[in-house]
Design a protein around this ligand. Structure first.
Ligand SMILES: Cc1cc2nc3c(=O)[nH]c(=O)nc-3n(C[C@H](O)[C@H](O)[C@H](O)COP(=O)(O)OP(=O)(O)OC[C@H]3O[C@@H](n4cnc5c(N)ncnc54)[C@H](O)[C@@H]3O)c2cc1C
Length: 195
């Protein structure tokens, strides 16, 4: 899976701090003071001001199973590759390590190859892609764009980065967190993703 941050609010910490200061009509003294203010807001649970900053990610090579989990997050906005309109025969299967290490790895690969071959045959017979896709498994990879504000990004990373979440969406949360820490450490530095 590849997680790319394609857009983020410029000077996100400065922007959040500037908006937060409206409440007390206070003046900022620079980036350090802005970061300290943002850390205090998070400690106090004053999280709504984090909604003033946004990030857009493009994620390639995640399974449809993982995409189904991610798109449950209602405050994020998504565009996902369409299996109705895009020819998806060359999308690789996302293989969990537990399957890759199992005695059934080759059987799984055969099954996927057969599913893709059947998909191709159906399309060649004139079956629309939107119907032919029904034979493809949930492990088939997909791509999506996700736009999310910083408050919701923290929520997604906390839920999906916990040890209770599945490995693939944890990998995604880890990728998001790494990129967001580089852009806005004061907002994301207290979060961690379980191994
Ligand atoms: C480990 C794990 C296992 C899961 N297993 C299952 C499962 O077996 N079956 C299943 O169906 N789902 C499952 N889920 C998905 C889960 O139930 C949520 O749908 C998903 O995590 C989105 O969470 P959310 O609603 O908090 O977040 P978001 O949709 O991202 O919303 C963020 C926050 O906004 C607020 N909010 C959003 N919409 C509303 C609203 N309409 N009204 C009031 N407040 C709102 C809430 O405070 C919410 O926490 C699982 C999630 C996790 C992390």
């Amino acid at each position: 899976m590849n997680v790319e941050l394609v857009h983020v609010t410029p000077d996100a910490i400065g922007h959040i701090a500037r908006c937060a200061r409206i409440s007390h009509r206070s003046e900022g003294t620079g980036p350090e003071a802005d970061a300290d203010l943002v850390r205090r807001l998070i400690r106090w649970g004053h999280l709504s001001v984090l909604e003033f900053a946004q990030a857009t990610f493009v994620v390639e090579g995640l399974s449809r199973a993982c995409a189904n989990q991610l798109t449950r997050h209602r405050l994020a906005s998504f565009v996902q590759e369409s299996q109705r309109y895009v020819d998806v025969r060359d999308r690789p299967l996302v293989t969990p390590r537990s399957i890759a290490d199992s005695n059934s790895k080759q059987a799984v690969e055969r099954l996927y190859d057969e599913a893709v071959a059947l998909y191709e045959r159906l399309v060649a017979e004139g079956v629309p892609k939107e119907d032919a896709r029904y034979v493809l498994p949930i492990g088939a990879s997909t791509a999506l764009a996700m736009c999310v504000n910083f408050r919701e990004a923290r929520h997604i990373i906390a839920l999906r980065g916990s040890g209770h979440a599945q490995w693939e969406i944890r990998d995604l949360a880890r990728g998001m967190l790494k990129l967001l820490k580089e852009q806005a450490a004061a907002v994301f530095e207290d979060l961690e993703v379980s191994e």
